[in-house]
Design a protein around this ligand. Structure first.
Ligand code: SF4
Length: 443
């Protein structure tokens, strides 16, 4: 092991099988029961708990922590899942240090919050390990709802609708359900097939079927869905990626970070995934960090993440930035791509340093590169959409679009902050509104 990391070019198998297994193991090993009891004991069970307000899905955090503390983790899981059916995944991927744990009074007083995310994982894992689904369906309503997209928003919406007695058909473009949970986040955040296991567990509610390989605008039309179903929820995320518009951007090995992350997640053998010796990632969000860290973990020697603004403006959280740095990713800020050089394939990428107004300072940066990953934002793709607002489907507070009988939520809808947990909240809230609308029509 080791020698291959110095070999230039793009190569698979830079590391040993043991190194891949080690590098891509669970980012936060689960708490055991003793650790969970110790962690839960730190909670003050605050009245008007600020952690609840900070949670986009409004989980009753002090209640579930008390349930863990009293030795009833399955009851704790039910408390969590009643608000957030993907509570297991959110426990793994939520930026808790910006949400509940930032608001925790023990963070404010001592700089050491209650480990809310890890406690949430402890409870949900405990329940899901027994393959126990804690909810049952209400009596059937006879209503049918189409959900486009099997990602966090769509799954959350579908589960809530099914629980309320509606029949749901999910249409998804990909061969597997899960959306970003399955295709779009770093492997070390959700190892051991957790994303699929969670979907299988969620589907135990019954009343939900999934059709794969179906994309709105090509395989499906909004009018068709409306005529076949009583309501439609659009939660297909953002399928397009922004391009890099600098000279040389079309050279070989200038790639989309989302494809790299997806290939890596779907790989049976990480030793088959090629990675450069010198890698540059352009962007400042979670996708950029996930690509940069994973390139490093696959054995790239030099990985540089380059962002056009300052660190404070990065969408990736402080925790993610620190994680990248701890894995050896170099972060360069205030630099904008100027040109990609090379004869056919990218060999060097040149940046302009910019000031806070993003005006070039006159200084430039050249980086040797075998592989460039672009992570500069995603766009809504597809035809046959309701009215858009700033490139996303315009919705009101409960997810209603400009088209009667059509709701939307998650990354494809306006508002929100593109977090998994926000998508889950939007899917759930739209489901409640859809159910209320259908019940009214039925009455
Ligand atoms: Fe517990 Fe912290 Fe929430 Fe208070 S703010 S209830 S201490 S987790």
């Amino acid at each position: 092991m080791g020698d291959k990391v110095f070999e230039p070019g793009i190569k698979a198998g830079r590391l040993t099988a043991e190194a891949y297994a080690d590098h891509f193991s669970d980012l936060h090993p689960a708490l055991d029961t003793h650790e969970a009891l110790v962690a839960s004991d730190r909670c003050y069970f605050c009245h008007d708990a600020p952690c609840i307000t900070a949670c986009p899905t409004d989980i009753d955090i002090p209640l579930f922590i008390r349930q863990i503390a009293t030795g009833t983790p399955d009851a704790a899981a039910r408390t969590i899942l009643s608000q957030n059916i993907l509570g297991g995944m959110c426990a793994r991927v939520c930026p808790t240090e910006q949400l509940c744990e930032q608001a925790c009074v023990r963070e404010v007083a001592e700089g050491k919050p209650v480990l809310i995310g890890q406690l949430q994982r402890y409870a949900t894992d405990h329940l899901q390990a027994q393959d126990m689904h804690p909810f049952t369906r209400a009596e059937t309503t006879g209503k049918s709802v189409a959900v486009v997209g099997a990602g966090p928003a769509g799954l959350s919406c579908a589960h809530r609708l099914a629980m309320l007695g509606n029949d749901v058909v999910i249409y998804d473009a990909q061969p597997k359900p899960g959306g970003l949970n399955e295709y779009g986040i770093a492997a070390y955040k959700t190892p051991d097939g957790f994303a699929q296991a969670e979907v299988d567990w969620l589907m135990q509610i019954g009343g939900i079927s999934i059709q794969h390989g179906k994309t709105l605008g090509s395989d499906l039309s909004l009018d068709g869905l409306k005529s076949e179903h009583d309501a439609v929820f659009l939660g297909m995320g953002l399928g397009g990626v922004n391009g890099l518009s600098v000279p040389g951007a079309d050279k070989d090995n200038v790639l989309d970070a989302v494809d790299f992350i997806s290939d890596l997640r779907q790989a049976g053998d990480l030793g088959q995934i090629p990675v450069g010796r010198d890698v540059v990632v352009i962007g400042g969000g979670m996708t950029a960090v996930d690509a940069a860290v994973q390139a490093k973990l696959l054995g790239a020697l030099n990985v540089t993440l380059v962002y056009r603004r300052g660190r404070g403006a990065m969408n990736a959280s402080g925790f993610e930035q620190d994680l990248a740095a701890s894995k050896g990713v170099r972060i360069v800020t205030h630099a904008m791509p100027k040109a990609v050089h090379g004869n056919g394939a990218a060999r060097e990428i040149e940046f302009d340093y910019v000031d806070d107004q993003m005006q070039p300072t006159g200084e430039t940066l050249q980086l040797a590169v075998d592989q460039v990953f672009k992570a500069i934002g995603q766009t809504l793709e597809g035809a046959d959409l309701p009215v858009l607002d700033a490139g996303k489907i315009k919705v009101d507070a409960v997810g209603q679009t400009s088209v009667s009988g059509v709701w939307a939520g998650g990354d494809c809808a306006s508002g929100g902050d593109d977090l998994t947990v926000t998508a889950v909240a939007e899917g759930r809230d739209a489901a409640m509104d859809i159910h209320a609308a259908l019940s009214k029509n039925a009455g």
